[in-house]
Write a protein that binds this ligand. Structure first.
Ligand code: B12
Ligand code: SF4
Length: 472
């Protein structure tokens, strides 16, 4: 499309698209109605929209809510696509569809940053890193038919991030979304965050966060920060100030967030969080064994004398639900690890358990290590990226064959989400007057995915056999 065409059009039409990946079970709303409560808004696109000047008419398409009939939609002047690694294949399909129409496509986000060469071959322009420093320039260049192949946003000055356009994706979601910090100093081997957002923990000004929360229509909000409370005393002090400001603003929001286990160390922090509306926290426990934690560099969980059960109990006493995350497939993991995780998670008193396969995501330390050891089993890229959802074992694991690791995962979920254990958890929530309904919905949502996972694993095994036998 030429610059002249751009100028002649009354409005500049921009589509921002979040591609679907049908292999991600939590977005399969039709197959499991409980998943409706776990579809989250693509905040990246709402942030981009917030950075877009008013002459652009923006439409955000979240394919997780259904794929629209693009042919019936007005032709856009520019398309922006976001993608995690697992969404890359669908992103490329979309890119080639719009390119066939002569519409320029810009891709950004974590996959574009980690796999720049691959993405550059498939779209006009790639934005690596955070978009804030460069997005206005991208749009201006697009208007003048002068898009560059690459823009690098690096790390944005987080004090200058404008509010996201929360008005653009109204309805269809159980939760709104907001971000208050970026970056993490912990450097766990499997995690993309330190590479993508940097090791410096950057914090948005508290008044900006409170103002943005006031723009969110949903009563329930996901705070997407990788660690809302941080790791150092000054981070915790800032979290306390944030919670105080949220309570004072009387936002009437209920929110969930991610934090490290030190969330349970500070009674004042917990009291303030609960007062500010915290109803649930997602904590990475990762491994039941110190050797496992050492292997992946999760140092914070190795603090001497830490009793995870006590930390979880302290959090739950503030009527905050605790979802714990573990990984299967560490070099230390032996047969039996699935049941061991389920038992440990029950002992800690977790309300929900989210167990993932150890996955070498591009750009991480784990990726480099597994690649050098020839342990990346599914390596026909880009096709195989669709399996990089953390819900498929894409690598070769030291002590667990493909069949064994799949069985461990099923055993973990079967044990933790057995009906007697679910009822025990719901009863304990009822007893502690802690949102028994949310606990029940959360547990049933995970349980309903057991059936889906069994089928997905059977399909995956067939695929795996074909891919690996043909040299993959
Ligand atoms: C919230 C979150 C989720 C939510 C919501 C996702 C959503 N719809 O947005 C849920 C729970 C659904 C989720 C699911 C998954 N997630 Co997730 N998630 C996150 C988290 C914590 C925050 C993402 C976020 O909203 N950030 C805030 C926005 C503003 O930042 P941003 O997305 O980076 O966008 C900026 C730039 O990237 C750039 N940008 C992004 N897109 C575009 C597009 C264009 C055109 C341009 C120009 C720029 C641009 O500009 C933005 C502003 O600076 C990140 C960790 C992280 N810090 O990134 C993990 C993370 C993105 N998730 C990850 C993974 C692996 C997954 C899953 C595959 C597995 C899982 N079970 O968790 C699924 C897959 C979902 C899917 N649909 O395919 C990995 C991705 C790694 C990778 N290489 O792909 C991350 C990095 C976590 C990690 N520890 O490694 N996730
Ligand atoms: S897993 Fe959590 S603590 Fe570890 S580097 Fe990633 S964000 Fe930081």
């Amino acid at each position: 499309m030429s610059a002249a065409t751009f100028r002649r059009s009354a409005a500049l039409r921009l589509y921002l698209i979040n591609p679907s990946n049908p292999l991600v079970s939590i977005v399969r709303v039709k197959e499991s109605r409980w998943n409706r409560y776990r579809v989250w808004k693509p905040l990246s696109l709402m942030v981009l929209a917030g950075l877009t000047p008013p002459e652009w008419e923006i439409r955000i398409v979240d394919e997780n809510l259904g794929i629209p009939d693009y042919a019936a939609m007005p032709r856009p002047h520019l398309v922006g696509i976001t993608a995690f690694t697992s969404q890359a294949n669908r992103a490329y399909e979309l890119a080639s569809y719009f390119q066939r129409m002569g519409v320029p496509v810009v891709m950004g986000g974590i996959h574009a940053t980690m796999c720049l060469d691959e993405v550059s071959e498939r779209v006009e322009s790639v934005v690596t890193g955070e978009a804030e420093p460069v997005w206005a320039q991208v749009l201006s260049d697009a208007r003048h038919d002068a898009l560059k192949c690459r823009y690098d946003g690096g790390f944005a000055e987080i004090e200058k991030v404008p509010p996201a356009r929360h008005d653009l994706l109204a309805g269809g979601y159980a939760f709104g979304a907001i971000q208050t910090t970026r970056g993490c100093p912990m450097n766990c081997t499997f995690c993309s965050v330190p590479v993508f957002n940097g090791a410096r923990y950057r914090q948005r000004p508290i008044p900006d966060v409170v103002r943005e929360l006031q723009l969110i229509r949903e009563k329930h909000v996901l705070i997407v920060d990788d660690n809302l409370i941080g790791t150092r005393p000054e981070h915790i002090a800032r979290a306390k100030d944030l919670f105080r400001a949220m309570a004072e603003a009387n936002l009437r929001k209920e929110w969930v967030a991610q934090a490290t286990v030190n969330f349970g160390d500070d009674e004042e922090l917990l009291t303030l969080a609960a007062k500010a509306g915290c109803r649930g926290v997602f904590i990475g426990f990762e491994s039941p064994a110190p050797e496992g934690l050492l292997e992946i560099g999760k140092k914070l969980n190795l603090v001497k004398g830490r009793d995870f059960g006590t930390s979880v109990d302290r959090i739950k006493r503030h009527k905050i639900l605790v979802v714990g995350s573990f990984i299967i497939g560490l070099d230390h993991d032996e047969p039996g690890i699935g049941k061991q995780i389920a038992d440990v998670a029950s002992q800690y008193g977790l309300d929900n358990l989210n167990t993932m396969f150890l996955t070498p995501l591009p750009g991480t330390r784990l990726w480099k290590q597994m690649k050098s050891e020839g342990r990346i089993a599914l390596n026909r890229f880009p096709e195989d990226w669709k399996y990089y959802t953390l819900t498929f074992p894409v690598a070769r694991y030291k002590q667990l064959s493909l069949d064994a690791i799949l069985e461990e995962m099923l055993s973990c979920d079967r044990n933790f989400y057995s009906m007697p254990r679910i009822l025990r958890r719901v009863w304990s929530n009822l007893w502690g007057r802690r949102e028994p309904l949310i606990a029940l919905v959360g547990n049933l949502s995970y349980r309903s995915n057991l059936r889906l996972n069994r089928k997905a694993y059977a399909d995956f095994k067939c695929q795996h056999a074909t891919l690996c036998s043909s040299g993959g």
